[in-house]
Design a protein around this ligand. Structure first.
Ligand SMILES: C[C@](O)(CO)[C@H](O)COP(=O)(O)OP(=O)(O)OC[C@H]1O[C@@H](n2ccc(N)nc2=O)[C@H](O)[C@@H]1O
Ligand SMILES: Nc1ncnc2c1ncn2[C@@H]1O[C@H](COP(=O)(O)OP(=O)(O)OP(=O)(O)O)[C@@H](O)[C@H]1O
Length: 303
């Protein structure tokens, strides 16, 4: 969220997230679930380029593992919704270079929304405050404020109230996307079926925050938690098999990312991540080593 000003096309890079702690409470009257979560941003990015134009247009491309066909190119695209939210008049071309799996539980759409908000601000030289951008982000989705902030941060409310937390580590991951996405609302609905006794206050990440401050991966692995893992695996039993396999290959811990179906594996370091990735590649087509934490949405090119 650094201030850079430009009237030429602006490219903003925004990262995928992993929920290191995702504690979910009983649904609120508005249907959303209260969360206590700790997000971390990893070096798997979407790049969004915004330019002023005579007519609106949107184009998306990405490597074969990205389900480009599953991304709407009309007004329902969340990047387009973000621009509509902040519309200052005038048309835009939007180009999204997508690397974050679609409907994968890694906040891919949220990353694009955050990128669009920041690109719009910089393209038009608005230089709005972080508070204004964060409020715009929260209106677009629960994960969008974190996509702006990046690093490692705690999220409360429905996930949109974010504050940075101390993180002394460089964490190495292996990311394994699925061919077919999972609907976030469907996973929350299944959580409600499996956990009718969910508490109104979600569990706090006390042990996890202490582990983050030590920078020790073995300790972090012991404290990872995702309350949406059980419903995601119940909907997609093959995810349980994948998690077991990654741990056999040497990961400290495997887990479902957010609402899934992407699975992520925390490893002791870079070499171990490469070895786990090589082992999983024998069976799984797309296996992506990654590290974090990395920055939130930021300008990479202007003009
Ligand atoms: C699963 C997570 O990725 C974990 O970080 C998020 O909770 C989902 O965040 P998101 O995709 O930005 O979600 P939103 O676009 O705000 O909401 C999509 C849908 O997810 C469900 N939802 C989302 C967040 C939340 N705290 N409770 C919910 O029940 C609701 O059905 C909502 O209609
Ligand atoms: N720019 C976008 N990129 C990806 N999907 C989009 C976009 N705009 C709208 N969508 C729609 O949103 C749905 C959810 O996509 P997204 O990739 O954000 O899921 P997700 O990563 O599981 O989200 P989260 O982790 O925040 O719950 C897609 O199936 C698609 O129909």
């Amino acid at each position: 969220m650094r201030a850079e000003r430009a009237s030429k096309p602006v490219t903003v890079r925004a990262a995928a997230k992993i929920n290191l702690h995702l504690a979910v409470g009983a649904p609120r009257p508005d249907g959303f679930h209260p969360l206590d979560t700790v997000y971390t941003a990893i070096d798997l990015y979407d790049d969004l380029t915004l330019a002023a134009a005579d007519a609106d247009s949107l184009a998306v491309d990405g490597p074969p593992y990205v389900d480009v066909a599953g991304i709407p190119t009309d007004a329902s695209n969340i990047a387009v919704r973000a621009l509509a939210e902040v519309a200052c008049g005038g048309a835009h071309t939007v180009r999204i270079g997508k690397r974050i799996p679609v409907a994968g539980g890694m906040a891919g759409g949220s990353a694009d929304a955050a990128a669009a908000l920041l690109a719009h601000d910089r393209l038009h030289g608005l230089d709005q405050s972080d508070e204004v951008l964060l409020a715009q982000a929260a209106r677009l989705g629960s994960d969008v404020p974190f996509s702006l902030v990046g690093g490692t941060a705690r999220g409360r409310g429905r996930g949109e109230v974010v504050e940075r937390v101390e993180d002394a580590g460089t964490w190495w991951w292996v990311v394994v996307p699925s061919d077919t996405g999972l609907s976030t609302p469907a996973v929350y609905r299944h959580f409600d079926v499996l956990r009718p006794d969910a508490p109104s206050q979600p569990a706090e990440p006390t042990e996890l925050l202490a582990a983050l401050a030590t920078g020790e991966p073995v300790r972090l692995a012991r404290t990872l938690r995702n309350d949406l893992e059980e419903p995601a695996i119940d909907l997609r039993p093959e995810l349980g098999t994948l998690i077991e396999r990654g741990e056999v290959e040497g990961a400290l811990r495997g887990m479902v990312s957010g609402s899934g179906p992407t699975c992520v594996f925390l490893c002791e370091g870079r070499d171990e991540a490469m070895a786990v990735a090589a082992g999983l590649s024998a069976t799984y087509d797309v296996v992506l080593p990654a590290m974090g934490p990395v920055a939130g949405a930021h300008v990479v090119t202007t003009g």
